[in-house]
Design a protein around this ligand. Structure first.
Ligand SMILES: Cc1cc2nc3c(=O)[nH]c(=O)nc-3n(C[C@H](O)[C@H](O)[C@H](O)COP(=O)(O)O)c2cc1C
Length: 394
């Protein structure tokens, strides 16, 4: 029987499905619900020292749907980090750890460019019992005026500096959450890993505008007639996330052996998770999926991933982690491989045709009573040369 239990950076997760930072992990009630339904861990909603500076708007979500308007492919949010005070969050962390001591609870943290602020958040969260940290270097819309989130994560020098501060303060594992709003995800990832991060979480949302209302002619989600570019998530972003996970896996295998990846972006099924793991993820996170389908989606996801492993004879996640990575290559290499395959096919066809021709010639000889000589009486005075040639292999 395969097992989904996995130990990553010293933390043991009963399964690799984690709640991604956002509304599904935004207070102790919902975090406990996630544990109760069987999620392998929770990354709580991002916290900072001073929640009074955080003000959300409504509406703050927008959906991209299919023709029937029911199926949701894409989801934009312009939501900020947690509005709950840091002190209340510490109480929530304690309450969750008291109720579910064995379930990994990871604090997502974000701060301004201040070593003391980051160190304080880390120290107080650890005192409250969290099992590790995810550094939010990646929220695309919130608080760029305070140089927080993606404003920090788009700059590898800042990522390296701040990760270094956190590593000096933390005694639990640290994952740096990457923004996809960069040309090369390897650059900020390398910066975080160079500073000592145990792993990277890939990806946060993609900067977007979900649409324009054709009646009001205003961009959406519309707040007092205006909008701001937000973060795009859900199934539409999965191919981009898969590509970036693969790139981070290559980076880690080349230069940072043993570090981990938490894959995020559009995951809604066990098969989605299998794809992320095949491209190098150690764990996977789900955020928008839970907002669409509810916490109970974990049941079918677990079954589906186990079913996939059973089908292939995999006992553990490590048995197939990164298995698909070597098969991603350059376009030039695809052309070379295809030319090689075509050459092999041509050679096979030519060989088959030669064999067919030989058989045909043989048939003709037999038809003419001049079959290959196996007995002396078969030698024919008119076909003597052909018969000799035939016996010499044509
Ligand atoms: C409404 C909403 C709020 C989010 N808030 C946070 C957050 O506070 N911190 C964070 O790191 N990521 C946040 N995210 C990003 C998700 O954790 C995740 O990286 C992203 O949505 C892609 O995964 P998904 O397609 O499973 O949602 C938020 C996403 C949504 C949809």
């Amino acid at each position: 029987m395969p097992t989904l239990e996995t130990t990553v950076d010293g933390i043991t997760f009963p399964n690799p499905f984690l709640i991604g930072s956002g509304p599904p992990g935004t207070n102790q009630k919902v975090i406990k619900k996630a544990f109760q339904e069987g999620w392998g861990g929770v990354i709580a909603k991002t916290v900072s020292l001073d929640a009074s500076k955080v003000t959300n708007v409504a509406p703050r979500y927008g959906k991209l749907t299919g023709e029937n308007k029911k199926e949701v492919f894409g989801w934009e949010n312009i939501e900020l980090i947690a509005t709950t005070s840091f002190e209340d969050w510490l109480d929530d962390f304690r309450a969750c750890k008291d109720a579910y001591p064995d379930r990994p609870l990871i604090a997502s943290i974000m701060e301004e460019h201040s070593r003391d602020a980051w160190a304080e958040v880390v120290g107080r969260c650890e005192e409250a019992g969290v099992d590790g940290f995810e550094l939010n270097f990646s929220c695309p819309h919130g608080l760029p005026e305070r140089k927080m989130g993606a404003a920090m994560g788009e700059n590898p020098d800042l990522v390296e500096e701040v990760t270094g501060w956190v590593m000096a303060a933390a005694s639990t594992p640290v994952w740096a959450k990457m923004t996809p709003n960069v040309t090369r995800i390897e650059d900020p990832s390398r910066a975080a890993l160079s500073a000592g991060a145990h792993g990277v979480s890939v990806i946060n949302t993609i900067r977007s505008i979900i649409g324009v209302d054709l009646k009001s002619l205003r961009p959406m989600p519309t707040v007092e007639g205006h909008t701001t570019p937000g973060g795009y998530s859900s199934v539409a972003v999965k191919p981009i996330a898969l590509r970036m996970v693969m790139e981070c896996r290559r980076l880690i295998d080349a230069d940072f052996g043993g570090r981990s990846i938490s894959g995020i972006g559009g995951i809604e099924t066990g098969h989605d998770a299998a794809e992320f793991i095949l491209l190098g993820a150690d764990t996977v996170q789900v955020c928008t999926g839970v907002m669409k389908k509810g916490y109970r989606m974990i049941g079918p996801m677990l079954e589906e991933l186990l079913g996939f492993m059973d089908q292939h004879g995999f006992e553990t996640l490590d048995d197939f982690k990164g298995h698909a990575v070597p098969y991603v290559t350059t376009h030039a290499e695809l052309v070379r491989l295809q030319a090689e395959a075509q050459d092999r096919k041509r050679a096979r066809v030519a060989e088959e045709m030669a064999l067919k021709e030989k058989a045909k010639a043989q048939e003709e000889l037999i038809a003419a009573g001049k079959e290959a000589v196996v007995r002396d009486e078969n030698w024919d005075e008119d076909a003597f040369v052909e018969q000799s040639d035939e016996l010499a292999g044509g």
